[in-house]
Design a protein around this ligand. Sequence first.
Ligand code: FAD
Length: 494
Amino acid sequence: KAIMHWFKRDLRLYDNRALSMASKLAKMEGIPLICLFVVSPQDYQAHLTSPARVDFELRTLAVMKKDLEELDIPLLVVTQEKRKAIPKFILETCEKWGIKNIFANIEYEVDELRREAGMIQTCLEKDINFTVVHDDVVVAPGQLQTGTGRQYAVYSPWFRSWVSHVHSHSDLLSASEEPGANPGNPRKYLEDIFETPIPLAPENKKLSAEEKKRFEKLWPAGEHEALSRLQKFLDEKVGKYKDNRSIPHGSHTAMLSVHHSAGTLAARTSVRMVRDANSTQRLDGGNPGIMSWISEVAWRDFYKHVLAHWPYVCMSKPFKYEYTNVRWEYNDEQFKAWCKGMTGFPIVDAGMRQLNHMGYMHNRCRMITASFLAKDLLIDWRMGERYFMEHLIDGDFASNNGGWGFSASTGVDPQPYFRIFNPLLQSEKFDPNGDFIRKWVPELDAVEGKAIHDPYGRGAKEIAQKNGYPQPMVVHKDCRERALKRYKDGIGRE
Ligand code: FAD
C-alpha cells in the first residue's frame, strides 16, 4: 500500500501544498509515498512547450529524484505518448501499488481542469481519493469579487483586493511542511521505481548539443537554484527594482519566471520572502522596490484568475470579444523577419534575438516586440503568442496570453487600442545608450550615439548596410494609421 503525489508544474519539495499533504498522510498511515511525473510528448505539443523548457523540466526532475531519494521517496518519471492516456496510466499505477490516495496541485487551463474533473469521477468509482489543491497562485481564483459580486476584469482594483485578502488570511503565505523520511520500508517494496532512470527528451522536443550546453549554463535547474536566485535578488537588487525594472540592458529583475512557471519556486514563497524583507512586514507600505516587485508577481496571479473565469481565452479567443472581427494580415515574409529579429527596428530585433538565444526576453521588450507585431505589422497576435510559447523557457499560458492581450489591446487591460507603442521612442527611453541593442545586434556595434535607434534614418546607413542589417521593413507612422482604422472597423463590424 502507498500514497501518491503527482507532480506537474510544481517541481519542488519545499513549500508544496499537495506534496506536503501527501507526505503527512503517508506518515500518519505509516505507508510509503510514491511520486510520479508523466512526460507526454503529445501534451508538450498541445501546449507548444519549448524544447528549452522540456530540457529544464527534465534537468529539474533529476535534481528532485536525488533529493527525494535522500528521504527514501521514489520518483517515477515515465513517458506516455498520448495526453489522454495519462489518467488511465495513473489509475493502473495505483492498482499496481495499492494506492488509495492521490494528491496533486491544480492547473487552471481548461484541458487540465477537465482532465482533473474526469479523474475525480473515475477515482470515486474505484474508491480512490483524488485530492487536488490550490498551490500555483497566492490567492485562488474565485476568492476575490467586486463589491457587486462580479469578477474583476481590471488589474488595479483586483490588486488592491488581493493585497487586502492576503493581509486578512495569514495562512495564504505560510510555508507548507516539507516531506520527511518516507515511512513503510520503501526500499524493500519499491526498488524498481528507485532504479527507473529519467527519460530523455521526446524526439519532437530535443535540443542540439550546443543548445543544451547553452541552456544549462543560462538556466541552472531545480529549486535550490531558484531559492538562491531569489535570495540574491532580495539582497542585491530589489531595492532599486522600481527604478530599474524597465531597463532591458543589465540584470535588474529577478529572472525567476522560469522557476515560477515550472514550479521550482512557489509564487507564495517569493511573496512571503519579499514581505519578510520589507521594513513594514507587509505587502503595502515600506520599500518601493519591494512593493513594485510584489505587484509584478501578483500580475501572474491575476492572469490565472482571468484564465479560470474566462476560459474561452484558452480557445484562441480574445478576452475582449468585440475584437474578434479585426482583420489581420498574414504576411509570411514579415512574420519570419520578426521571428528572426530582422525587421530593421533595432530594439525589436534585439528583443527577438534575446528570445531566440536565451529562451527569455525582458518584459519591456516583450511588450515592444508584441506591440510591433500586432499593431505595426497588423499580424494576428495569436501567431506571436504561439511563437513566444514555442521559444520561451518560462512559457506560461496565462501570462503569455495576458501579455499578448495587453500588447494587442485585445485583453483585460482597459487601455484603448489607439495607444500604440512607437518603437523608436521606446528604444530611446528604455535603452538610451543603445547598450541592449549593441549586445544583441552586433551588426550595429560600431554605430555611435542616437543613430543606434534608427541607423538608416540617422546617418549610420553605411555601417548598417555594410554589416547586412536590414532597412526598416515598414514606416511606423503609416502603420499606426492603418492599425487605428483596422481596429475601429473591426469593432464596428461587431
Ligand atoms: P520580474 O520583473 O523580476 O518579476 C517577478 C515575477 O513576477 C516574474 O518572475 C513573473 O513570475 C512575474 N511577472 C512579472 N511580470 C509579469 C507580467 N507582466 N505578467 C505575469 N507575470 C509577471 N511571463 C511568464 O512567466 N511566462 C510567459 O510566457 C510570459 N509571456 C509574456 C508575453 C508578453 C507579450 C508579455 C508582455 C509578458 C509576458 N510575461 C510572461 C511576463 C513577463 O514578461 C515575465 O514574467 C518577466 O519578464 C520575467 O522576468 P523576471 O522573472 O526577471 O521578472
